[in-house]
Ligand binder design. Structure first.
Ligand SMILES: [Zn+2]
Length: 266
């Protein structure tokens, strides 16, 4: 590289391309001072040491870049400009707000509010999966806002205990339940496993699991099906609860191959 190589100039980010699209939607400084990256084309580090801004210009005029950009515009994208750049490493300069365009991994581009919902949903799933207490998530929004000050999504993120509880029990729960029911309807036979236990409220709870060959996963899976709260639980109550659940979900009980439980002597 020549001694006086032209360095990437952050004022370039204020420029627009020939169609009037701000270049900062895809242009990003590379790790070397004289390099840049196009986040749209997911390029390697491109050199601007010799020709400076001209190198950027010649990239943005190449056909592949223009076609990709056109495609995005036609798909009413550019809500993506609000997506935080996870690989952004320079803090607090004017270049730290550059957005990335991550298209390849997402078939559909989401609106900003959907992206916020997505973040909240992922957090709810993480909470459920690892068994965090709802209370412990009360301050997560505040934490994320401080951790990711350049993220608009983090600024809008809101998930305190009540919302978390509703999201899990009325949003994610029914979604995954439907998924399991759909999957089980495609399999030939299934095994029902149940386990009766006292929950933290000291009520008797019957947890039902289904074991079956999953067409979706192409393998045998064990899936949580549902929990039934029981008062006194003689055998016929348990049986009726199970039969009713299957009927409600349209699962054919004739395909039930066998029943498994942990302690048959009770
Ligand atoms: Zn490009």
């Amino acid at each position: 590289m020549p001694l006086h190589a032209t360095k990437f100039n952050i004022s370039w980010l204020e420029k627009k391309d020939s169609d009037g699209t701000p270049v900062k939607r895809w242009l990003k400084q590379g790790t070397k001072p004289s390099s840049f990256i196009c986040t749209l084309c997911k390029t390697d580090e491109l050199c601007c040491g010799n020709k400076g801004w001209q190198s950027v210009e010649s990239h943005m005029n190449n056909k592949k870049h223009r076609d990709t950009l056109k495609l995005i515009k036609e798909n009413t994208t550019f809500t993506i400009q609000t997506e935080p750049n996870s690989t952004q490493s320079q803090p607090s300069s004017s270049s730290s707000n550059i957005s990335t365009v991550t298209l390849a991994s997402q078939a559909k581009t989401m609106s900003f509010s959907d992206q916020v919902t997505r973040a909240e949903t992922l957090w709810a799933m993480n909470t459920a999966r690892h068994g965090y207490s709802y209370l412990s998530c009360d301050e997560s929004a505040h934490l994320f806002q401080n951790m990711f000050p350049d993220s608009d999504i983090a600024q809008k993120f809101k998930m305190e205990r009540a919302k978390l509880s509703y999201t899990i029990s009325h949003g994610l729960g029914p979604f995954f339940h439907r998924n399991v029911v759909q999957d089980i309807k495609q399999c030939e036979r299934f095994v029902l496993c149940f386990d009766e236990q006292k929950n933290h409220q000291n009520n008797k709870q019957l947890d039902l699991f289904l074991k079956y060959w999953s067409v979706q996963n192409q393998g045998v899976v064990t899936r949580y099906y549902k929990s039934i709260l029981l008062g006194h639980a003689p055998a016929n109550v348990i049986r009726d609860s199970i039969v009713d659940s299957f009927r409600t979900d349209g699962i054919d009980i004739n395909r039930l191959l066998m029943i498994g439980r942990d302690n048959p002597n009770v």
